[in-house]
Design a protein around this ligand. Structure first.
Ligand code: G16
Length: 568
């Protein structure tokens, strides 16, 4: 077995020293922190991607440079495995070890240990495809990544500036090229062609929808949405907003899917642009999350989040499976996280099997693979639908006995092409939502009325060490710090039920607190048609969230003089 090119690795590594005062962690979505600190991490991830490829016989590995919904000064990097899914969990630990080697010598020793531990044949070829979002720190970080590729002699393909889901698509398309499982042409154009082609077939003969407004978060989704719009032609009119990708300081700023979800508000600059009832949606900074919303006649805001998308899509697919005459053979299931609104879980569980898993697409994706058709969405708008290989085969071979069965079957087959099954994809999900709304002749109002959200509130607490917070039961309960869960339970009881949980973020140095009101009839008995508004439920749940946040802050030894004044 040949050896690693230590001399070359050493020379390159010396040019990318690790900052001594930093600890890096491969979290929920790879490494993610201040962009200015990530040079050494990028170089080392470049080398690691090559080793992962060699370990998998030269299959192409994806590398995405992005910090998604995080503020503009952050950046990050994540690896994509050959089928387009997130990096296998055991390699997350290897990534963290390599990123934290203090010196070049330690880095080389760690590389050698990794090669031996996971039995990598270094003589195998290594291939990667990489891309970045629009952040200004991106080009320099990509240069460091490319040094990693050069140091190991990796065959690297630059996919340029593009969205995370397009990079995932490319990885799968490259690795399945020329095989019976071919995922599509291995180019960005191939992606647009595949999605737009399927969309046009699915809406053929239906009334053209009213224009859809897309808030592109001033991120890379603006580029992709513009190209997609060209391919879609007049099958759906799209109005792109927040497309200033080269203006410093505006990425995800008062716009984008995370802003909408966490503030439960419309991006302020859209207020005057939306007509009552007009559908609008927000992407996040790398276009893997999607939030829908609309305003009513009185200007009230209604949010249709990942839970509402799951409810809409799952019901549609279940209907199609039944209409195709396949309901005894194909079972549909849903995967959610603890953030799922209690009303959505109730609505869905009355109709389908529902599973709850920890936050992070990788957890949802793997759980969804256990269903014939698995619908997974996080409340934050990150999700997709998976059709198992045997289900896809069944759809291809099934012989319908009536024209109605044949139509439903074709719709299902076209959905397998419309949906980016590698990962959550805001643009693919948006087209999916539009298909369902068109087929059902739903406006946002009908969609929203599937169930009424329970009022909820999400609060961030900055702590010195988020790793001191550990959870169990799909993140619904804390096991450490010791005793804190008991105090949260007491608080929740005092507030007349409801629900609250605390978990460390996997993408930011914070702990998140979620609180949700319990059944509406237990509060003041009034009828609140939507979450936002002057409701005692909202006051109740906000107070609960800030009380729990206060407990967390104090428990984590937060400086009393800097305690946020809203924490109770
Ligand atoms: C990433 C993951 C999502 C996850 C989110 C949670 O999102 O890809 O699956 O829901 O992080 O973040 P946290 O752990 O900080 O609450 P994204 O869109 O930032 O890549």
């Amino acid at each position: 077995m040949s050896k690693l090119p230590f001399q070359t690795l050493k020379a390159f590594s010396d040019a990318h020293p690790k900052p001594s005062n930093r600890h890096f962690q491969y979290g929920t979505a790879g490494f993610r922190t201040l962009g200015s600190t990530l040079d050494s991490v990028m170089f080392r991830v470049g080398v690691l991607a090559g080793l992962r490829s060699k370990r998998l016989d030269g299959k192409t590995i994806g590398v995405m440079v992005t910090a998604s919904h995080n503020p503009e000064q952050d950046n990050g990097v994540k690896l994509v495995d050959p089928r387009g899914e997130m990096l296998e969990a055991s390699w997350e630990g290897h990534a963290t070890v390599l990123a934290n080697a203090a010196t070049t010598d330690e880095f080389l020793t760690a590389l050698d240990a990794l090669v031996k531990a996971v039995k990598i044949d270094v003589s195998k070829p290594a291939r990667v495809v990489y891309a970045r979002d629009t952040r200004s720190s991106g080009p320099a970080l990509v240069a460091a990544l490319e040094d990693g590729f050069k140091a190991l002699g990796i065959e690297a393909r630059d996919a340029g500036v593009t969205t995370t889901p397009i990079l995932h698509y490319l990885v799968k398309a490259i690795n399945t090229k020329g095989t019976p499982e071919s995922y599509g042409e291995d180019s960005e154009d191939g992606y647009y062609k595949k999605l737009s082609g399927a969309f046009k077939k699915l809406v053929a003969g239906k009334t053209e929808p009213e224009p859809l407004v897309i808030d592109c978060a001033n991120g890379v989704g603006a580029h992709a949405a513009a190209k997609l719009a060209e391919y879609l032609g007049n099958s759906i009119p799209l109005v792109l907003e927040n497309i200033a990708t080269s203006t410093p300081g505006v990425l995800n700023e008062s716009c984008g899917a995370d802003y909408v979800k966490t503030t439960q508000r419309l991006p302020p600059n859209l207020v005057d642009k939306l007509k009552p009832g007009q559908r609008a949606c927000s992407l996040d900074g790398d276009a893997d999350r999607l939030m829908y919303y609309y305003l009513d006649e009185r200007g009230h805001f209604y949010m249709l989040d990942g839970d509402k998308i799951a409810a809409l899509v799952a019901a549609f697919i279940v209907d199609l499976v039944r209409l195709a005459g396949l309901d005894s053979e194909i079972k549909v299931g849903v995967v959610q996280t603890a953030y799922a609104n209690g009303a959505s879980t109730k609505y869905l569980s009355e109709r389908l099997p529902v599973k709850c898993v920890p936050t992070g697409v990788k957890h949802l994706h793997h759980a969804a693979e256990h269903y014939n058709i698995g619908v997974y969405f996080e409340a934050n708008g990150h999700g997709t639908v998976l059709f198992s290989p045997t289900t896809q085969e069944k759809l291809a071979k099934h012989e319908p006995s009536t024209p109605a069965q044949s139509t439903a079957l074709n719709h299902l087959i076209n959905l397998t092409q419309l949906i980016n099954q590698t990962v959550g994809d805001a643009l693919s999900d948006m087209l999916l939502v539009e298909v369902v709304l068109t087929h059902k002749s739903y406006s946002g109002v009908e969609w929203n009325s599937l169930y009424a959200d329970l009022p909820n509130r999400l609060v961030k607490v900055v702590v010195s060490d988020r790793n001191a917070f550990r959870t169990e039961d799909a993140e619904r309960r804390l096991v450490s710090p010791h005793g804190l869960q008991t105090r949260i339970d007491e608080l929740v009881r005092r507030y007349g039920g409801g629900r609250s949980f605390v978990r460390p973020s996997g993408t930011e140095d914070v702990v998140r607190v979620y609180a949700e009101a319990s059944v509406r009839s237990q509060a003041d008995g009034k009828d609140y048609p939507h979450v936002i508004g002057t409701s005692t439920y909202v006051v109740f749940v906000t107070e609960l969230a800030f009380r729990v946040a206060g407990l967390v802050y104090d428990e984590a030894g937060g400086d009393p003089s800097r305690r946020p004044k809203e924490f109770l």
